[in-house]
Ligand binder design. Structure first.
Ligand SMILES: [Zn+2]
Length: 311
């Protein structure tokens, strides 16, 4: 019988993907078809920039050890690199104003690909995921925040400042605010009344609070709505309507073929179908938009980061 070493690597090019978050770093080695070979997740408590660099470099060296040599690396992170200054802008990592890409180049001796984590999600789902084969896709993460990315023929559309898909910071339409008496809340971006304040996980909780459902989790809200609780059903209806309005704005802007939902709220049972039903009445004409839930889920962060290296 042929014996296979547990860590023997397949022939061909390997890719490294790293998902850097505020409290953890997940790192994964992929084969040439972007199938995971080795994966690990470490908790991080990086108090400052130097510690963050140390953590990323340490995980990159773990990848190299797995691969048996220096491996190309893509990194997804909650933020972006300012194209005007080359410096990072991020609210969840101690890296704002720092030349993260250049410092990693200096420490690792190779350049790394880098993108916003929502963009990595969209890229992963458009390549072998739920948006595979669609001409234009919108990948939309509904979690602690709301953000996304746009792909065209499987490639990220990055625009002038990597912003396509940053839909969470559009403003909620005044007609819905007036109709339901929605609260206009401050957003992390510094403005007031962004979609994110009511469409994120905490946002759904706020909508439920407006119907007497204080302190209910998103999963509880969805479950109660599903069994006919009128107050929680009203909260879910508001959430779905707001989301459908946001999708409508995206449709009129980029006219995507498919929307792939990710993040914690994408785990609400039947959410893609409920959204398709709610969105249906807004459709202007022509071919239908397809709604789907992410195929790779939380693993899309590392997978999409590695896919940044695909040429
Ligand atoms: Zn905002």
């Amino acid at each position: 019988m042929e014996h296979t070493e547990p860590h023997s690597m397949p022939p061909g090019r390997l890719f490294g993907g790293m998902d850097v978050g505020g409290s953890k770093i997940e790192t994964c080695l992929f084969d040439g078809r972007f199938r995971a070979l080795e994966r690990r997740r470490v908790q991080t408590t990086c108090a400052n920039y130097e510690e963050l660099l140390d953590c990323i470099v340490g995980e990159a060296h773990w990848l190299d050890a797995c691969a048996g040599g220096a491996v190309d690396l893509g990194i997804g992170l909650p933020g972006l690199v300012d194209h005007a200054t080359g410096r990072a802008v991020t609210s969840n990592l101690p890296a704002t104003g720092r030349p993260l890409r250049e410092d990693l180049l200096a420490r690792l001796g190779r350049s790394v690909a880098m993108a916003n984590d929502c963009k990595c999600f969209a890229l992963s789902e458009a390549n072998g995921g739920a948006g595979e084969g669609c001409e234009t896709t919108l990948g939309l993460i509904l979690g602690t925040g709301v953000g996304g990315g746009v792909t065209h023929h499987g490639r990220l559309v990055l625009g002038h400042n990597d912003l396509p898909g940053e839909l969470g910071h559009l403003g909620i339409p005044g007609r819905l605010v007036a109709q339901w008496g929605l609260p206009m809340l401050p957003c992390g971006c510094g403005r007031i009344g962004c979609y994110e304040t009511l469409l994120s996980g905490p946002g759904l909780v706020r909508l439920a609070s407006g119907h007497g459902g204080a302190d209910r989790s998103p999963a509880e809200i969805a479950q109660l709505a599903g069994i006919g609780d009128p107050a929680m059903a009203a909260a879910m209806r508001e959430w779905l309507t707001l989301l459908a309005e946001l999708i409508h704005t995206a449709q009129c802007t980029i006219d995507m073929e498919c929307v792939v939902l990710g993040g914690g709220l994408s785990r609400i049972p039947d959410v893609a179908q409920m959204l398709a039903d709610t969105y249906g009445g807004r459709r202007i004409a022509g071919r239908e938009t397809r709604f789907a839930v992410a195929r790779f889920g939380d693993a899309s962060g590392t997978r999409g980061a590695a896919l940044l290296l695909k040429s």
